[in-house]
Design a protein around this ligand. Structure first.
Ligand SMILES: Nc1nc2c(ncn2[C@@H]2O[C@H](COP(=O)(O)OP(=O)(O)O)[C@@H](OP(=O)(O)OP(=O)(O)O)[C@H]2O)c(=O)[nH]1
Ligand SMILES: [Mn+2]
Length: 191
């Protein structure tokens, strides 16, 4: 019995280390980055919030998914390379982050279209991160309009996000129900 207990506590200890190492890495990488809201919320709030949605609302306990959520904007927004993530957190997590990373060298319209086209082709675990990311951003838009955004731009973002989410259907009921309700508030139906 004692042997079993120590083995499970070793596993537990490693999981704690892996999650906190990820959160710390993301906090350091995003340390100078702010969200677009008026109070310039630290960007790390977003990535932790996405991980919080996955663990506390979507019932996800897959460590690689939670790590990928914490790291999901590091390649896209902080100059972190795929290889750095691979070395630090392994191939599986690095590939998940790569799946949810936009190619920022593309013109914005092209980048946004790619998100719509790539959504249905994403892996199940990448879809979880993308759903939680969109849910966070849409709630954030309801909480605070980004500086300089018109009502039309907010509406356009909701319509674009609904087309991305339409490609992620059948992944997680809790996330999709929450998103459906957010879109319904604006008269948007996911087709
Ligand atoms: N709602 C909201 N969004 C903010 C804020 N600060 C930064 N963002 C980010 O801005 C993006 C939306 O702004 P856009 O102008 O449409 O996109 P862009 O920054 O990528 O060009 C969102 O990323 P995205 O590209 O739509 O999603 P993702 O690809 O990062 O998942 C979101 O993560 C904020 O205060 N509120
Ligand atoms: Mn994001």
């Amino acid at each position: 019995m004692a042997g079993e207990k120590s083995a499970s506590s070793d596993v537990q200890a490693k999981l704690c280390r892996d999650i906190i190492r990820c959160a710390n890495f993301a906090a350091l990488k995003h340390k100078d980055q702010r969200r677009k809201d008026e109070i310039q919320t630290p960007y790390v709030n977003h990535v932790i919030g996405v991980a919080h949605i996955l663990t506390n609302e979507a019932g996800i306990s897959d460590i690689s998914v939670i790590q990928a959520a914490l790291l999901h904007d590091t390649i896209e927004d902080t100059g972190t390379s795929f290889y750095e993530l691979q070395a630090e957190f392994g191939e599986d997590v690095a590939n998940l982050v790569k799946e949810v990373t936009d190619d920022k060298t593309l013109p914005k319209e092209e980048r946004k279209l790619q998100q719509i086209l790539n959504a249905p082709k994403s892996s199940y675990r990448a879809k979880l991160v993308k759903l939680a990311d969109k849910l966070y951003n849409l709630r954030d838009l309801r909480r605070a309009t980004p500086v300089g955004w018109s009502k039309e731009r907010v509406d356009e973002y909701f319509r674009w996000a609904s087309r991305v989410v339409a490609g992620l259907k059948g992944t997680n009921k809790a996330l999709e129900d929450s998103l459906r309700d957010l879109f319904a508030e604006r008269g948007i139906t996911i087709t």
